[in-house]
Ligand binder design. Structure first.
Ligand code: CP
Ligand code: NVA
Length: 334
């Protein structure tokens, strides 16, 4: 029996803060159920005849394909619309595009630059809008991350996630809030210049306190990761920040996740895993890394038994499916 909460029906998701703790945990449960159902060979009709627009201003492998296949698996249809395809924000205001697409589609997944554009789409389209990454937040990613932790360790209880790298990017902002809501301790290891925005940190800290878990920020990565069960990193230069590449590589070199840092957790023989939202610069095969080698994580860690990054990326599909089904499925449960 699949169950989703009534409160999620018709809801947009701009950022995790707008979901209750219970709603977040329910979405993770539902994703696990949908994953088992797909593994059993069921291709259902929970999104029968639902049309979803995917507006993407930035590149994507996981979010784009996870959404398109999640929708198709359940009998719906997704349309992928990049910036050159539509007038969005150029010949037509975001507000007008929202009003047009809201009359055609049942929901919109947006990946772009400005959080305010995502919010305008939700405000003016009249249909649920999901944030598939903006400069500020990447909420759909975190459901997949926490589902992966739960699958690997059996539970989220008592887990400490240490995020190492650019502590104020979209993934870090959402991960911090997701951990606080799901009662997971969060440690951010980053240089002073890249510490979380004080308002984002304060908002998540309030939730963490209420839930009896902690959020800590360290500039020394070896000190910060002590006792951690999950080492998590992301690219050092997010999409749209390419001009800062040289500066970031210099600043973040000491924050690379390598076997030394994995050992510094003290959990190398115990409960320990490595996560990365991907794409990752872990080897010499990409255009960016061919001259400088691995950046945020070494190949040794990325390819190790601790690495659950491909489970994590698969879970993007199951978790996005849970979000869409909760918001759009006309049935209460099946
Ligand atoms: N993690 C993630 O969002 O990947 P994509 O950029 O490939 O969608
Ligand atoms: N912080 C990264 C995440 C990519 C999924 C970016 O915004 O490029």
């Amino acid at each position: 029996m699949l169950n989703w909460m009534d409160s999620l029906k018709g809801r947009s998701m701009m950022r995790l803060a707008s979901f209750t703790d219970e709603e977040m945990l329910n979405l993770i449960d539902l994703a696990a159920q949908l994953k088992a159902r797909r593994a059993a060979g069921v291709r259902g009709d929970l999104l029968h005849r639902k049309n979803i627009a995917l507006i993407f201003e930035k590149s994507s492998t996981r979010t784009r394909n996870s959404t398109l296949i999640a929708v198709r698996d359940e009998g719906g249809n997704g349309e992928y619309l990049t910036r050159p395809d539509i007038h969005f924000g150029k010949k037509e205001s975001v507000k007008d595009t929202a009003r047009v697409l809201g009359r055609i589609y049942d929901g919109i997944l947006f990946r772009g630059f400005k959080q305010s554009d995502c919010e305008a789409l939700a405000k003016y389209s009249g249909v649920p809008v999901w944030n598939g990454l903006t400069d500020d937040y990447h909420p759909t990613q975190i459901f997949a991350d926490l589902l992966t932790v739960r699958e690997t360790f059996g539970s989220l209880d008592g887990v400490t996630v240490a995020y190492v790298g650019d502590g104020r990017n979209n993934v870090a902002n959402s991960l911090m809030m997701g951990c606080a809501k799901c009662r997971v301790n969060y440690v951010c290891c980053c240089p002073k210049e890249l510490e979380p925005d004080p308002a984002v940190l304060a908002e998540a800290t309030e939730v963490a306190k209420r839930n009896g878990v902690t959020i800590k920020v360290f500039n020394d990565p070896k000190e910060g990761v002590k006792g951690a069960n999950v080492l998590y990193t992301d690219v050092w230069v997010s999409m749209g920040e390419e001009a800062k590449t040289a500066e970031r590589i210099k600043m973040l070199r000491p924050y690379q996740i390598n076997m030394d840092l994995m050992r510094a957790t003290g959990n190398i023989d115990g409960k320990l895993m490595f996560l990365h939202c991907l794409p990752a610069f872990h080897d010499f095969e990409t255009e960016v890394t061919k001259d400088c080698g691995a950046l945020e994580v070494t190949d040794e860690v990325f390819e190790s038994k601790y690495s659950k990054v491909f489970d994590e990326s698969e879970n993007r599909m199951h978790t996005i499916k849970a979000l869409l089904v909760s918001a759009l499925c006309d049935r209460k449960s099946i």
